[in-house]
Design a protein around this ligand. Sequence first.
Ligand code: AMP
Length: 495
Amino acid sequence: MTYILTPAMVRSIPSHDANADLCSLPFLRNMIVTFAQLNLNPNIFKAIDICGYTKPTPIQARSIPDILAGKDLVASAQTGTGKTAAFILPALHKVSLGKSTQKPRILILTPTRELANQITDAVGKYGKFMQCRVASLVGGMPYRQQLRKLSKPVDIIVATPGRLMDHMSNHRLDLSSIEMLILDEADRMLDMGFIDDVKDIAKMTPPSRQTLLFSATVDDRLSQVIRNLLKNPIHINLSHEKMSPAQIKQEFYMVDNAKHKEQLLQYFLDNEKVFKAIIFSATKSNADKLARDLCNQDFPAAALHGDLKQSLRNRTIDQLKRGKIQFLVATDVAARGIDINDITHVINYDLPKFSEDYVHRIGRTGRAGKTGIAISFSTFAEAKHLHKIERYVGQKFSLSTVPGLEPRQRLQSRSDHSQGKKNEGKPRGDFKQKSDRKYRASEGGFKKREGRSFEAPKGSGGFKKRSKRSFKPSNGQVDFKHRENKSASFKKRDN
Ligand code: AMP
């Protein structure tokens, strides 16, 4: 490729540095299309190649050159866009350049334990061909293993703020050699009340450090934190970068009540080719109940929520990864930080409280270039909330119905919502009501299943029972063809 440089461009090339990396030049930044152009350490490049990544994602292409150039950075990007690698790859590159010391050089702070585990795994994955020692310091885990890690030299620390503060107050950690501080999901750390801890931790690191802040959104409160902790940061905003519709197919169903939800879930379990799914519940008790109901039907399922011990939570995620369980019924602790490539379905049994969690939740499927289906149930009382989510993701959702399981109520039109009118019960043509129920779910909870609609792919450990109907996703791809044929019989509603 030939670049024509204007005199202004030539003047911006730093003359003092004969080896100036072309990536660091502003006018070339948008032209980064391959990992080779990023000039990362060859061992990192080799690991990326093994992961099968052919080119950097937009967040990687936009942020890595600035990070490598040593700049502070604020990046707004949705989950599932490859943002973890966007900070880990340059962090590993930094480790590869400097001299190995006894003290940690990179500190990554993240709000949840699951996210910390995912980041630690990613460090292991991208750093597998280089000498990089990583310690994960998260709450809810025994101290013994963490103390053992801290008794040896370590390059990268991945931590949740509470446990890190705990180690610091016991003088087990020296952050005076930190060269790079990374705040991942900073908006969430703010929401969870960790920000004072984050500021205290930052004070213990050298002022000369490089600071990177990743967040789905940046509001006024976060802007204050940014002014406080970062120096002239570069801002990259890819928060409105939409997930490709081909990647995650989103479906929405209005429900009358709890029983109607159960019936719809039953329908999808019986009729969808679900390979692995996360079912999101609003409450811990309901997550437990749903998981129990599924197990009673011989579905390999488990619950995941904040009341469970961290070791059990880790084990459950590991079982989902290895295919020992097929359904994870979770609260929003699982909305972020679960990176399992073969989750074919996310079911929002209850809508999330915060709109941004919708994006995080559905981002558990359709990962790493694969396809996925996100199914969401909304009660009529939550219709306004559904519209909020629509506005947040910048898409107008169309509602689907299952023949025989259409809702009895009707949805108010959007204009009624905006004018605050009450639904007067008049048909508005939102749903085509059917009098004959083609699908009859059992009246009390889930019915016992007759056949299993799932077959684990070879080598995944498999489930105990197998069905006549098999589903072998090739490369984790959802069989959309089948789904589309079936959906032809659905009464789709268009608003
Ligand atoms: P994240 O947004 O960090 O949660 O990453 C989402 C998924 O994208 C993870 O499963 C990564 O393994 C995958 N990923 C990261 N970078 C790339 C890339 N350049 N090409 C393809 N997949 C990627």
